[in-house]
Design a protein around this ligand. Structure first.
Ligand SMILES: Cc1cc2nc3c(=O)[nH]c(=O)nc-3n(C[C@H](O)[C@H](O)[C@H](O)COP(=O)(O)OP(=O)(O)OC[C@H]3O[C@@H](n4cnc5c(N)ncnc54)[C@H](O)[C@@H]3O)c2cc1C
Length: 510
């Protein structure tokens, strides 16, 4: 006998960044029922999650799925990819830096076959976002971060930007916009902005917490629902009368498809997973924003105030013909030596860091399974710094040189006692590249593993309506559908994917 309490109009798998948007918007219509399958617990009342400045305390903890990378011969094999296991997903863990993707990012998607996702139509979705997106508050603007902004402006000549989302930019330095409430440093995550106000009030919204989706239920080519295991070990089939919406993120969306027999035939057969639908693009096109780090010791302690310890940044366009920035920096008000320490560097008592980052990386990685057992973590091979022209590594080398220029410039120079790593004696291109790659870390932006493309693009996983190619009744909406990486931090882009997904779903079936 089917258990009708587990039948809904829509089943949203993953109550994360995009999933929170979609579940909230769909249940605005009281006649529509929605189930959210979320692997983690609620974030309600959890100060460790809701307080933005405590984000580092969540790294590697009980709310982190914590995915390793495969060996990276040209990079850092020790990188761990944090993915949040809690309502709100990574927006409940991240630093909430909020950049509307640049027009050139959206236009690049459209050129890659994502018809209807160009800059002009996408603009409306930014206006819909419910998150409290504000510039870093005056009280959170640390004196050394202010001096970084002044020095970077003087050293590079880029414009100072107050409000990066006000208009498109190619270069600039300033304090970020953040999705937060400055008065108490609380997050304005996807769950806080979209679910908290409605989750107790809407009988048509049911959130299954600490419940893991491990296999899709298909009838021929139609997705009927998903098999889940609850916290208590109960196995349930949650059925979708209208659609399944997969929002488990760039690691777990392709992982669930592969375990459901949807993916590259040869890979699935090699693991003994029955092939339900041969879809060669699943897991391909693994993207990220890798960055390196330069650390300085300061003459003494730095003032305490901050929103989340990395409140300002710099964008540079080295190629004057480029559509957008091609080098980015976060400025950290802490000595970020976790990776350099592995090479023998020491952490100074007081210090700061600059982290050159590659906005448009050219290396492409791949996610794949190593076992048919759904509890085994997938392999993430980012192939960091493997692009043929060595563009990615060169970007970091250029970044270190620019960072040194900024550090030599007042008013920042007066704070700095010495460069700790890589250290002034490391100055040649080859040795800077070696250092930069070996200490590289991630800013946790995996994307692209179920990329969107034209309906006839065989390596695309979803079409421009976010429907999985060759299947019915199932879409994907999360960071995995990114055809290419946005030049800016991706969270706002993911929220906008969520908002647009609601329109696409509504256009057909609401
Ligand atoms: C530490 C950190 C800092 C970051 N900083 C920034 C930043 O400042 N600015 C920015 O723009 N971006 C930042 N990012 C990246 C950004 O947060 C992500 O790109 C974005 O939130 C991804 O959203 P998503 O909807 O694709 O996935 P997620 O938000 O990860 O949502 C996926 C959800 O699905 C659930 N789930 C997964 N698998 C299953 C399953 N099988 N069954 C049930 N539930 C499942 C998860 O528990 C999770 O809640 C950061 C990320 C991290 C981790």
């Amino acid at each position: 006998m089917p258990d009708h309490t587990h039948d809904f109009d829509y089943v949203v798998i993953g109550g994360g960044t995009a999933g929170s948007v979609i579940a909230s918007r769909l249940t605005e219509n009281p006649d529509v029922t929605v189930a959210v399958i979320e692997g983690g617990p609620s974030d309600v009342g959890r100060d460790d999650v809701l307080t933005l400045r405590r984000w580092m305390g969540l790294l590697g903890g009980e709310l982190d799925y914590d995915y390793p990378t495969t060996e990276q011969p040209r990079g850092n094999s020790h990188i761990r990819h944090s993915r949040a296991r809690v309502l709100g997903g990574c927006s409940s863990h991240n630093t909430l830096i909020s950049f509307k993707p640049l027009p050139s990012d959206w236009d690049e998607w459209e050129e890659a076959g994502a018809k209807g996702w160009g800059a002009v139509p996408m603009e409306a979705y930014y206006a819909r976002l419910l998150n409290n997106i504000v510039p870093v508050d005056e009280n959170d603007r640390n004196a050394i971060a202010r001096d970084f902004v002044d020095a970077a402006q003087a050293a590079t000549g880029v414009p100072r930007v107050e409000g990066f989302n006000a208009e498109p930019f190619t270069e600039g330095v300033g304090f970020f916009d953040l999705a937060y409430h400055p008065e108490d440093n609380k997050r304005s995550s996807a769950s806080v902005a979209y679910l908290h106000p409605v989750m107790e009030e809407r009988p048509n919204l049911r959130i299954y917490l600490e419940t893991w989706a491990h296999r899709l239920e298909l009838d021929g080519t139609r997705a009927e629902g998903v098999h889940v295991r609850t916290k208590d070990g109960e196995e349930l089939l949650i059925r979708a009368r209208q659609e399944v919406v997969l929002c488990a993120g760039a690691v777990d969306s392709p992982r669930l498809l592969l375990h459901s027999g949807i993916g590259p035939r040869q890979d699935l057969e090699a693991l003994g997973i029955p092939v339900v639908h041969d879809l060669p693009g699943v897991g391909e096109n693994l993207l990220d924003h890798p960055e390196s780090v330069i650390v300085w010791e300061t003459h003494g302690p730095i003032p305490e105030n901050s929103a989340m310890d990395s409140d300002a940044g710099l964008f540079v366009r080295r190629d004057p013909g480029g559509a957008g920035p091609d080098l980015m920096f976060h400025f950290y008000q802490i000595p970020f030596t976790d990776n350099p320490e592995r090479l023998g560097y020491e952490r100074p008592q007081y210090g700061v860091s600059m982290t050159p980052n590659i906005p448009k990386p050219r290396s492409r990685g791949r996610l794949y399974l190593t076992s048919a057992d759904p509890s085994v973590k997938p392999a993430l091979d980012f192939r960091y710094f493997t692009d043929e022209e060595d563009y990615d590594a060169r970007t970091l080398v250029d970044g270190i040189r620019i960072a040194r220029e900024i550090a030599r410039t007042e008013p920042l120079a007066g704070w700095l006692k010495r460069e700790v790593c890589p250290g002034p004696e490391i100055s040649g291109d080859a040795e800077l590249s070696e250092y930069a790659r070996k200490v590289a870390h991630t800013v946790y932006h995996p994307a692209g593993t179920c990329r969107m493309g034209a309906a006839d693009d065989e390596l695309a996983v979803v079409d421009p309506e976010l429907r999985i190619r060759g299947l019915d009744g199932i879409r994907i909406a999360d960071a995995s559908v990114f055809p290419t990486m946005t030049a800016v931090n991706p969270m706002i882009g993911v929220l906008m994917v969520g908002e647009k997904a609601v329109d696409l779903i509504g256009g057909e079936s609401r």
